[in-house]
Ligand binder design. Structure first.
Ligand code: THG
Length: 296
């Protein structure tokens, strides 16, 4: 599982301030930390960046690449001019940069696909349509086919496209987590050769901070089993990265068993592994979400 570090992010107090004040130090420290933590890509997330995006993105790209030039970057903004300005100054990396993202909305993808072609960038195909979030896996599939067709017509092969079926918070939209898993299983048929990714931490957006890692870790393993290729994830969650890199087979095994309804009795398990079993049940909707699901 590839990991795309999420923490170079305008929503973070420290990094948001550094973006605004064009202070390179916290940004470069964060990029170096992400490399040390084993991130495969670094996401530069400016948010909407309506006003100064086209000036800010190239500055951040160059600031990061001054200290980390061997890890590809994902350029994350809804401001199209900001993305293009970042690609313009991008220094070549072993793998091409990733545009984050192109939505399934005609007026946007018609502008953005040519940019991906021009700069030979990979792109994240975000399953966000004219009516917003798709309601189920079939709506996700319909959006996916439309956007990938348009990209293929422009000469972009599926191998350069990272499909993002969109992760939603489990505490308010429990069935959507299952729908995303179903969509991942369909993906090899509807988009052969395409890669996939998702904003993993969205699943725990809302629950208390101390419960976020176990939700993120459990859902990552469940998605990986359904074919997920990469996650945009928290580089400070070392256990998550260990699991992603195949170093905690015991956790993977127990999550698979729980998904199949074959986990040993909770009372026979360590607290650590029992918590993963309980979390699988919450994500699959076998248990109704509440902040106290681990205490039951
Ligand atoms: N798909 C794609 N791109 C995305 C998302 C997605 N980019 C943005 C987001 N979703 C993924 N990135 C983050 C970044 C931070 C957090 C969640 C997802 C997050 N941060 C903490 C918070 O807000 O509480 C901590 C912030 C801080 O550092 O202070 O949860 O779905 N393609």
């Amino acid at each position: 599982m590839l990991c795309i570090g999420e923490s170079l992010n305008v929503m973070s107090k420290k990094i948001g301030k550094a973006f605004k004040e064009r202070d390179p130090k916290p940004i470069q420290e964060e990029a170096l930390r992400q490399r040390e933590k084993g991130m495969d890509y670094i996401d530069i997330n400016l948010g909407p960046a309506k006003k100064d995006g086209p000036e800010l993105m190239p500055w951040v790209v160059q600031t990061v690449q001054e200290v980390v030039d061997d890890i590809p970057l994902a350029l994350d903004s809804s401001n199209i001019e900001a993305i293009e300005a970042g690609l313009k100054v991008y220094k070549e990396t072993p793998n091409p940069p990733l545009i984050n993202s192109i939505m399934c909305r005609k007026e946007r993808y018609e502008k953005m696909i040519p940019i991906a072609v021009k700069y030979n960038a990979d792109f994240i195909a975000l399953m966000w349509g004219p009516e917003g979030l798709p309601r189920d896996e079939n709506e996700r599939a319909a959006l996916c086919v439309e956007l990938l067709y348009a990209a293929n017509e422009a000469g972009i092969p599926n191998e350069k496209i990272w499909v993002d079926g969109i992760v939603t918070p489990v505490n308010i939209q429990q069935p959507q987590s299952v729908s995303l898993m179903e969509f991942q299983k369909m993906l090899p048929d509807i988009a052969p050769g395409a890669k996939s990714t998702c904003g993993l931490s969205n699943v725990s957006n809302g629950p208390p901070n101390h419960l976020r890692p176990i939700l993120n870790q459990t859902f990552m393993v469940m998605l990986q089993r359904c074919g997920m290729y990469s996650v945009i994830s928290d580089p400070l969650d070392e256990k998550l990265t260990q699991i992603a890199k195949g170093k905690r087979q015991d956790i993977v095994d127990i999550i698979y068993a729980a998904m199949d309804g074959k986990a040993p009795a909770i009372s026979s398990l360590s607290k650590e592994l029992a918590d993963y079993v309980k979390t699988v049940d919450v994500i699959l909707g076998r248990t109704l979400y509440s902040d106290s699901w681990l205490e039951i």
